[in-house]
Design a protein around this ligand. Structure first.
Ligand SMILES: [Zn+2]
Length: 173
């Protein structure tokens, strides 16, 4: 790696410098964020990809960029997203409403310390996929890896997810 690379503080990915400044709250380098916007663009342009893996991409990227200014609320919500998709077999289209219910329900969010180990895969790996099929496969591998690094908090995330089921039960859904 040369000095012309930037290192993402969230996922650790090393990418040649040159992206526009990133001003959001994710713990990400501008270059890593630019890779992520490419992933999103590919998903917005393909209805199948959007339906199958977009939610996973959104949740994996957010969770992999915890730390810094990234609010606990966002980290928690996206962890619950990964839990619903990867542990509970929710369909992607079922997830946003649950996460919104959770966001409205909880006022005090727990702080989960960032995992000690990092996933090797990043948004850059997905952005470099050569086909739609490869993109989808790479998102699944990436999301699995990211979720697995958060293993020390899996039980707490599952407990948080129960809160959104409680909201639904109260609403009689
Ligand atoms: Zn990153």
């Amino acid at each position: 790696m040369t000095s012309t690379n930037s290192r993402c503080p969230g996922c650790g990915s090393e990418i040649a410098v040159g992206a526009l400044p990133y001003r959001g709250y994710y713990h990400a380098s501008a270059e890593c964020w630019a890779q992520y916007t490419q992933v999103l663009a590919a998903e917005y342009q393909d209805a199948v990809l959007f339906g199958q893996v977009h939610q996973l991409s959104v949740d994996a990227y957010a969770v992999q960029h915890a730390g810094g200014q990234h609010p606990d609320k966002s980290v928690c919500i996206h962890l619950v997203g990964l839990h619903l998709l990867l542990e509970r077999d929710f369909k992607p289209f079922q997830v946003p409403a649950r996460l919104q219910a959770l966001a409205a329900e909880i006022k005090e969010w727990p702080h989960f310390a960032q995992p000690g180990r990092r996933a090797l895969l990043t948004a850059k790996h997905v952005a470099e996929a050569a086909s739609t099929r490869e993109h989808a496969m790479r998102v699944r591998d990436w999301a699995d890896q990211v979720w697995n690094t958060w293993e020390p908090h899996h039980a707490e995330v599952a407990a948080l997810a129960e809160r959104c089921f409680a909201v639904e039960a109260r609403a009689g859904r």
